[in-house]
Design a protein around this ligand. Sequence first.
Ligand SMILES: Cc1cc2nc3c(=O)[nH]c(=O)nc-3n(C[C@H](O)[C@H](O)[C@H](O)COP(=O)(O)O)c2cc1C
Length: 255
Amino acid sequence: MSQPPTGPRPADADSVLALMSRHRSIRAFTERPVDDVDIERAVAAAQCAATSSWVQGYHLLQVERGARRDALSLLAGDQAQVREAPAFFVVCGDTRRHRRAAARAETSHVECTETFLLSVIDASLFAQNLVLAFESMGLGACYIGGLRNDLPGVDEVLGIPEGTYPLFGLTVGWPADDPGTRPRFAPGDVWTKDRFPTEEEIDATLDRFDEIAARYYVERGEAGRNWTGAIWRKFKTVLRPGLKRFYESKGASLS
Ligand SMILES: Cc1cc2nc3c(=O)[nH]c(=O)nc-3n(C[C@H](O)[C@H](O)[C@H](O)COP(=O)(O)O)c2cc1C
Protein backbone atom coordinates (compact mmCIF):
# COMPACT_ATOMS: atom_id res chain seq x y z
CA MET A 1 0.00 0.00 0.00
CA SER A 2 1.42 3.40 -0.90
CA GLN A 3 2.27 5.83 1.87
CA PRO A 4 1.95 9.60 1.66
CA PRO A 5 5.44 11.00 0.95
CA THR A 6 5.45 13.46 3.86
CA GLY A 7 3.51 14.36 6.99
CA PRO A 8 3.34 13.01 10.51
CA ARG A 9 2.84 9.29 11.02
CA PRO A 10 -0.18 8.25 13.13
CA ALA A 11 2.03 7.62 16.17
CA ASP A 12 3.22 11.25 16.00
CA ALA A 13 -0.37 12.45 15.67
CA ASP A 14 -1.33 10.57 18.82
CA SER A 15 1.41 12.18 20.86
CA VAL A 16 0.72 15.66 19.45
CA LEU A 17 -3.01 15.34 20.15
CA ALA A 18 -2.31 14.00 23.64
CA LEU A 19 0.01 16.94 24.33
CA MET A 20 -2.64 19.41 23.13
CA SER A 21 -5.35 17.73 25.22
CA ARG A 22 -3.23 17.95 28.36
CA HIS A 23 -3.04 21.76 28.18
CA ARG A 24 -3.81 23.64 31.37
CA SER A 25 -2.74 27.15 32.27
CA ILE A 26 0.07 27.12 34.83
CA ARG A 27 0.18 30.06 37.23
CA ALA A 28 2.79 28.88 39.77
CA PHE A 29 6.35 28.00 38.87
CA THR A 30 9.47 26.58 40.49
CA GLU A 31 12.59 28.75 40.72
CA ARG A 32 14.29 26.73 37.95
CA PRO A 33 15.13 29.16 35.14
CA VAL A 34 13.97 28.72 31.57
CA ASP A 35 17.03 28.26 29.40
CA ASP A 36 17.54 30.67 26.49
CA VAL A 37 18.37 27.65 24.32
CA ASP A 38 14.90 26.22 25.02
CA ILE A 39 13.27 29.61 24.39
CA GLU A 40 15.06 29.97 21.07
CA ARG A 41 14.05 26.46 19.99
CA ALA A 42 10.44 27.15 20.96
CA VAL A 43 10.41 30.52 19.19
CA ALA A 44 11.89 29.02 16.02
CA ALA A 45 9.24 26.29 15.97
CA ALA A 46 6.45 28.75 16.79
CA GLN A 47 7.53 30.96 13.89
CA CYS A 48 6.61 28.10 11.57
CA ALA A 49 2.94 28.91 12.24
CA ALA A 50 1.14 30.05 9.13
CA THR A 51 1.29 33.81 8.69
CA SER A 52 -1.09 35.95 6.63
CA SER A 53 0.59 36.57 3.25
CA TRP A 54 3.94 35.76 4.92
CA VAL A 55 3.85 39.12 6.76
CA GLN A 56 5.07 37.68 10.12
CA GLY A 57 3.36 40.56 11.87
CA TYR A 58 4.37 39.99 15.47
CA HIS A 59 7.09 40.65 18.02
CA LEU A 60 7.88 38.85 21.26
CA LEU A 61 9.36 41.05 23.99
CA GLN A 62 10.88 39.19 26.93
CA VAL A 63 10.86 41.23 30.13
CA GLU A 64 13.35 40.07 32.75
CA ARG A 65 12.55 40.02 36.47
CA GLY A 66 13.01 43.33 38.23
CA ALA A 67 11.38 46.72 38.59
CA ARG A 68 9.78 46.74 35.14
CA ARG A 69 8.33 43.25 35.65
CA ASP A 70 7.00 44.29 39.08
CA ALA A 71 5.31 47.30 37.51
CA LEU A 72 3.73 45.17 34.76
CA SER A 73 2.49 42.72 37.37
CA LEU A 74 0.66 45.52 39.20
CA LEU A 75 -0.77 46.91 35.97
CA ALA A 76 -2.04 43.43 35.04
CA GLY A 77 -4.20 43.31 38.18
CA ASP A 78 -1.44 42.51 40.69
CA GLN A 79 -0.97 39.01 39.27
CA ALA A 80 1.87 37.40 41.27
CA GLN A 81 2.73 35.06 38.41
CA VAL A 82 3.79 38.03 36.24
CA ARG A 83 6.23 39.11 38.95
CA GLU A 84 7.46 35.64 39.80
CA ALA A 85 7.50 33.57 36.59
CA PRO A 86 11.03 32.66 35.49
CA ALA A 87 10.20 33.96 32.03
CA PHE A 88 7.69 36.62 31.00
CA PHE A 89 6.89 37.79 27.49
CA VAL A 90 4.74 40.48 25.95
CA VAL A 91 3.20 39.29 22.69
CA CYS A 92 2.74 42.18 20.27
CA GLY A 93 1.22 42.66 16.86
CA ASP A 94 3.98 44.34 14.87
CA THR A 95 3.92 46.40 11.71
CA ARG A 96 7.33 48.06 12.13
CA ARG A 97 9.09 45.84 9.62
CA HIS A 98 6.30 46.56 7.13
CA ARG A 99 6.64 50.27 7.80
CA ARG A 100 10.41 50.12 7.30
CA ALA A 101 9.98 48.20 4.04
CA ALA A 102 7.73 51.01 2.81
CA ALA A 103 10.04 53.77 4.12
CA ARG A 104 13.05 52.17 2.43
CA ALA A 105 11.09 52.07 -0.83
CA GLU A 106 10.18 55.73 -0.20
CA THR A 107 6.50 54.95 -0.27
CA SER A 108 3.72 55.09 2.30
CA HIS A 109 2.56 52.31 4.59
CA VAL A 110 -1.21 52.48 4.98
CA GLU A 111 -2.66 51.13 8.22
CA CYS A 112 -6.29 50.02 8.28
CA THR A 113 -8.48 47.63 10.28
CA GLU A 114 -7.18 44.78 8.11
CA THR A 115 -3.50 45.50 8.85
CA PHE A 116 -4.30 45.58 12.58
CA LEU A 117 -6.23 42.30 12.34
CA LEU A 118 -3.42 40.68 10.34
CA SER A 119 -0.98 41.44 13.14
CA VAL A 120 -3.38 40.28 15.87
CA ILE A 121 -4.12 37.01 14.05
CA ASP A 122 -0.47 36.36 13.20
CA ALA A 123 0.62 37.11 16.77
CA SER A 124 -2.04 34.82 18.21
CA LEU A 125 -1.17 31.90 15.91
CA PHE A 126 2.51 32.37 16.78
CA ALA A 127 1.76 32.59 20.51
CA GLN A 128 -0.33 29.44 20.63
CA ASN A 129 2.38 27.57 18.71
CA LEU A 130 4.87 28.93 21.25
CA VAL A 131 2.79 27.69 24.18
CA LEU A 132 2.54 24.24 22.62
CA ALA A 133 6.29 24.19 22.00
CA PHE A 134 6.95 25.07 25.64
CA GLU A 135 4.43 22.47 26.82
CA SER A 136 6.14 19.84 24.67
CA MET A 137 9.30 20.50 26.74
CA GLY A 138 7.44 20.08 30.04
CA LEU A 139 7.22 23.82 30.70
CA GLY A 140 3.95 25.49 31.70
CA ALA A 141 2.53 28.81 30.53
CA CYS A 142 -0.31 31.22 31.10
CA TYR A 143 -1.52 34.00 28.82
CA ILE A 144 -1.95 37.35 30.57
CA GLY A 145 -4.82 39.36 29.09
CA GLY A 146 -4.57 41.52 32.20
CA LEU A 147 -1.77 43.29 30.34
CA ARG A 148 -4.53 45.20 28.50
CA ASN A 149 -5.93 46.60 31.78
CA ASP A 150 -3.80 49.70 31.40
CA LEU A 151 -1.89 49.89 28.12
CA PRO A 152 -0.80 53.53 28.61
CA GLY A 153 0.79 52.32 31.87
CA VAL A 154 2.45 49.41 30.01
CA ASP A 155 3.71 51.96 27.48
CA GLU A 156 5.29 54.01 30.28
CA VAL A 157 7.09 50.92 31.54
CA LEU A 158 8.18 49.46 28.20
CA GLY A 159 8.26 52.41 25.77
CA ILE A 160 6.15 50.82 23.05
CA PRO A 161 7.33 51.94 19.59
CA GLU A 162 4.92 53.24 16.92
CA GLY A 163 3.55 50.32 14.88
CA THR A 164 3.74 47.87 17.82
CA TYR A 165 0.53 46.67 19.45
CA PRO A 166 0.93 44.88 22.82
CA LEU A 167 -1.80 42.21 22.94
CA PHE A 168 -1.20 39.97 25.93
CA GLY A 169 1.51 38.68 28.23
CA LEU A 170 2.77 35.14 28.66
CA THR A 171 4.25 33.66 31.84
CA VAL A 172 6.45 30.60 31.35
CA GLY A 173 8.27 28.28 33.71
CA TRP A 174 8.55 24.84 35.22
CA PRO A 175 5.17 23.99 36.79
CA ALA A 176 4.88 24.16 40.58
CA ASP A 177 1.21 23.17 40.53
CA ASP A 178 -1.06 20.95 38.52
CA PRO A 179 -4.50 22.52 38.31
CA GLY A 180 -5.83 19.83 35.95
CA THR A 181 -7.54 20.45 32.65
CA ARG A 182 -10.65 22.62 32.31
CA PRO A 183 -13.56 21.17 30.38
CA ARG A 184 -14.52 22.51 26.96
CA PHE A 185 -17.70 22.33 24.88
CA ALA A 186 -18.20 19.11 22.92
CA PRO A 187 -16.61 19.22 19.45
CA GLY A 188 -20.09 19.07 17.89
CA ASP A 189 -21.02 22.26 19.76
CA VAL A 190 -18.34 24.27 17.98
CA TRP A 191 -18.25 22.36 14.66
CA THR A 192 -21.16 22.04 12.21
CA LYS A 193 -21.42 21.34 8.50
CA ASP A 194 -23.11 23.73 6.08
CA ARG A 195 -25.21 25.49 8.72
CA PHE A 196 -24.86 27.38 11.95
CA PRO A 197 -26.40 26.12 15.21
CA THR A 198 -30.01 27.09 15.95
CA GLU A 199 -30.86 29.03 19.11
CA GLU A 200 -32.39 25.81 20.51
CA GLU A 201 -29.15 23.95 19.89
CA ILE A 202 -27.18 26.73 21.56
CA ASP A 203 -29.52 26.54 24.56
CA ALA A 204 -28.92 22.78 24.75
CA THR A 205 -25.16 23.41 24.63
CA LEU A 206 -25.42 25.93 27.46
CA ASP A 207 -27.54 23.59 29.61
CA ARG A 208 -25.12 20.70 29.08
CA PHE A 209 -22.07 22.83 29.70
CA ASP A 210 -23.50 24.50 32.81
CA GLU A 211 -23.83 21.03 34.36
CA ILE A 212 -20.26 20.13 33.39
CA ALA A 213 -18.90 23.44 34.67
CA ALA A 214 -20.92 23.21 37.91
CA ARG A 215 -19.34 19.80 38.59
CA TYR A 216 -15.91 21.26 37.77
CA TYR A 217 -16.46 24.12 40.23
CA VAL A 218 -17.67 21.71 42.97
CA GLU A 219 -14.46 19.68 42.53
CA ARG A 220 -12.50 22.91 42.99
CA GLY A 221 -14.45 23.85 46.12
CA GLU A 222 -16.43 26.59 44.37
CA ALA A 223 -19.92 25.10 44.55
CA GLY A 224 -22.82 27.18 43.24
CA ARG A 225 -21.05 28.59 40.16
CA ASN A 226 -21.78 27.79 36.55
CA TRP A 227 -20.49 28.86 33.15
CA THR A 228 -23.33 30.99 31.80
CA GLY A 229 -23.41 33.03 35.02
CA ALA A 230 -19.71 33.80 34.72
CA ILE A 231 -20.17 34.73 31.07
CA TRP A 232 -23.11 37.12 31.37
CA ARG A 233 -21.48 38.84 34.32
CA LYS A 234 -18.27 39.27 32.33
CA PHE A 235 -19.94 40.78 29.29
CA LYS A 236 -22.58 43.06 30.82
CA THR A 237 -20.38 46.16 30.61
CA VAL A 238 -17.84 47.54 28.12
CA LEU A 239 -14.54 45.79 28.75
CA ARG A 240 -11.31 47.76 28.89
CA PRO A 241 -12.54 50.96 27.24
CA GLY A 242 -9.71 52.93 25.65
CA LEU A 243 -8.13 50.09 23.68
CA LYS A 244 -9.03 51.66 20.32
CA ARG A 245 -7.57 54.99 21.47
CA PHE A 246 -4.37 53.34 22.67
CA TYR A 247 -3.78 51.23 19.58
CA GLU A 248 -4.52 54.24 17.35
CA SER A 249 -2.01 56.26 19.37
CA LYS A 250 0.55 53.64 18.27
CA GLY A 251 -0.38 54.01 14.61
CA ALA A 252 -3.23 51.51 14.15
CA SER A 253 -6.28 52.66 12.20
CA LEU A 254 -9.46 50.95 13.37
CA SER A 255 -12.04 52.90 11.39
C1 LIG B 1 -5.76 35.75 25.62
C2 LIG B 1 -5.85 35.13 27.01
C3 LIG B 1 -5.68 35.94 28.11
C4 LIG B 1 -5.67 35.36 29.40
N1 LIG B 1 -5.42 36.15 30.48
C5 LIG B 1 -5.27 35.59 31.71
C6 LIG B 1 -4.84 36.39 32.82
O1 LIG B 1 -4.63 37.61 32.73
N2 LIG B 1 -4.65 35.76 34.01
C7 LIG B 1 -4.87 34.41 34.16
O2 LIG B 1 -4.66 33.91 35.28
N3 LIG B 1 -5.27 33.64 33.13
C8 LIG B 1 -5.47 34.19 31.91
N4 LIG B 1 -5.82 33.41 30.82
C9 LIG B 1 -5.99 31.95 31.00
C10 LIG B 1 -7.46 31.55 30.90
O3 LIG B 1 -8.14 31.95 32.07
C11 LIG B 1 -7.52 30.04 30.68
O4 LIG B 1 -6.90 29.72 29.46
C12 LIG B 1 -8.96 29.53 30.65
O5 LIG B 1 -9.59 29.72 31.88
C13 LIG B 1 -8.99 28.04 30.33
O6 LIG B 1 -8.20 27.32 31.24
P1 LIG B 1 -6.98 26.41 30.75
O7 LIG B 1 -6.06 27.28 29.95
O8 LIG B 1 -6.33 25.91 32.01
O9 LIG B 1 -7.56 25.32 29.92
C14 LIG B 1 -5.89 33.96 29.56
C15 LIG B 1 -6.09 33.18 28.41
C16 LIG B 1 -6.07 33.74 27.16
C17 LIG B 1 -6.26 32.87 25.95
